[in-house]
Design a protein around this ligand. Structure first.
Ligand SMILES: [Zn+2]
Length: 77
């Protein structure tokens, strides 16, 4: 499979980023106690962080399917 093609429709996806002021994570459950996602068991940190609290992650957009694919393989430091 071509990395830049949509796994759903196989159209070419647009490379970009999802940017946030807080860290980005996939979490099994939304925390109601904190704005920042908790990195408890089962959660996956997605964002890289630089100074000025800019968090971002590489993301590919499919305009046909209205889906965003996040590749977090480069985030394990
Ligand atoms: Zn698609």
């Amino acid at each position: 499979m071509n990395k830049n093609n949509c796994p759903n429709c196989d159209e070419e996806m647009k490379k970009g980023y999802i940017q946030s002021g807080t860290r980005l994570a996939w979490v099994p459950k939304v925390s109601k106690l904190s704005v920042e996602p908790s990195l408890s068991k089962g959660s996956v940190l997605l964002s890289k962080q630089n100074r000025f609290s800019i968090n971002y992650v590489d993301a590919y957009l499919c305009e046909s399917c209205k889906k965003v694919i996040i590749d977090y393989s480069g985030n394990e430091d």
